[in-house]
Design a protein. Sequence first.
Length: 484
Amino acid sequence: METNSTTQSPSTERTFTVQILNPVSNLGINSGFLPIPNKGPGFSAVNNIGRLTGFIEIRNLVPIIDNCTLDSNPRFSRRGEVTDEIEETIALTPELLPFKSKGILMAVPSVVSLDRNRVSLTIENPMAEGILDGGHNALAAGLSLLRKTSMDRKEFNKIKTWKDLKQAWGQFADELDAIRRDPDENKALMPLEILFPANPDDESCVAYFNEHLLEVCAARNNNVQLAPTTTANQEGLLDPLKQVLAGCGVTERIQWKTNGEGTIAVPDVTALAWIPLSAIDLPVDDDGMQVTALTGRSAYAQKGLAFKRYKKLMSCRAVSSAKNNDYQREVDNEQVWAAHELLPDIVRAYDYIQCNFAEAYNATGGKFGRITSVQAVNKGKSPKSSKFFGKPVATDVPLGFLMPVVFALRVLITQDQKTKLPMWRDNMDPVAFLEEHLAEIVKEMRGLYESFNFDPQKVGKENHSYSAAEAAVKNIYMSAMLGM
C-alpha cells in the first residue's frame, strides 16, 4: 500500500489518499444515475451530486480518521453496545461486516481518481464536509485499529467518545501507519459512500451541492430523529451563543449536539437569550410576519417553543445570510449580535440569583428552607451547584420562583440613542445591582409566592409573576437612581 499523502494548508483544508475496493456501479435501466466521464467504476451522478460507492478495508480507514472530524455529523459518536457489536464483527466475523453495516457516508468538495482504485479526497470545511453518517462505524473501526497499538489498556478503556479517540489517535500515528501498510492486517470491508459536486468547476453545481448537504445528512441520520437543536447547530445558528459565552467559560458546559459533552441543554440558554432580544427592534420574518419577543412565562414553561422561536428568528434573512453558498448561515444583524453580547452578564446574574436567593428570602423574615417545594428540589441533592458556573449552592431554588426574577432583568436593558444597540442602563453591571438589591426584589415577590401557596409551577406559569417582578426591579432601580 502506498504511503498516505496528507497535506494541510494554513487553513483547515486537507487532502489525503484512500483506496476503494470493489467499486459498485449505480448504473442501470432507469436508475437515474449517469456515468461521470474519466472517473472510472463506482462513480456516478444525478443532476449536480456525484457519488462514489464501494468498500474500504478497515486498515485503510487510517487516513480518513486522521483527517476527519465529526463536526459535519449531527451527532457525536459515543462508545456503547452499538460500537461493541461492530468491533466484535470486525474481530470475529469480518466477512459479514459489509452485509451487517451500512458503512460510512462522506461528503467532500473534490475527488480525484488515481491508479489502482485510489482516490484523492479534499476537505475544505470540516463543519460541513467529512463524515456525515456512520460515526459509530468510524469510531468502532478506529477502536479496533487503536486496540492493535501499544496503547496502555487502562488508557484505552477510558476512550468513550470520538473526541477521546482523536486525542489518543495522534500519539500512535507511526504504529497506525504501519498497520495500514501491512497487507495482512485487518482486511474487513466497510461500505463507503462519498458524495461530491458532480462538476466542481461549475459554481452553480457546487452551490447546489453545498446547499443540500444538511438535508442529505438529516435524512441519512433518520434512524433516530435529529433534535432541532442539533440541526440548528449544524446550520451555524448557534454560533453567536458559542462565541459570546466562550469568554466566560460556559460554552464547553453546553451540549450543542446529540451525545456531545456538556450538561446544559441548548433550550435553557436560548430561553435566556430572549431577555436581551426583547430589548431590540425585532425584524419581520421571511413570511412577512413581525417577530415578537418571547414572554417570560413561555421561557419558563415552553422551552421547546422558546427554542423554535429563537431558531426562526436566527434563520430569517433579516438576521442571517448563507455562508459561502452552503447550508450554514452567518448572523449579520448588528442588533441581534449586540443582544447576544449581553448574555454572559445574564448567565452570571442567573447563577448569582440561584446561589443567593435563599439568603435573600430569609433576610425578609421568611424561612425559605421550610417551604415544601424548596425541600423537594433539595432532597437527596448534595452537593448542589449553580447551573452555568457550577458554584456551590447552599439551598437550591425551584425554577418557578427563579425565572420571574431572572427575566425581570430585561427592564434594566435599554437602547443606545444613537446606535439603537441594546445596552445595560447606565452601563451597569447587573450582578452588582443584584448584590445590592436582590433581597429587596425577593421581598416584593414574597407576597406573590404566598398567594400561589408557594407552588413554583403556578408562579412560573402565571404572566402576573413576571410583570410583578419587572415592576419590582424597575421601582428599585428608579429609587436607587433618585438616591444617587
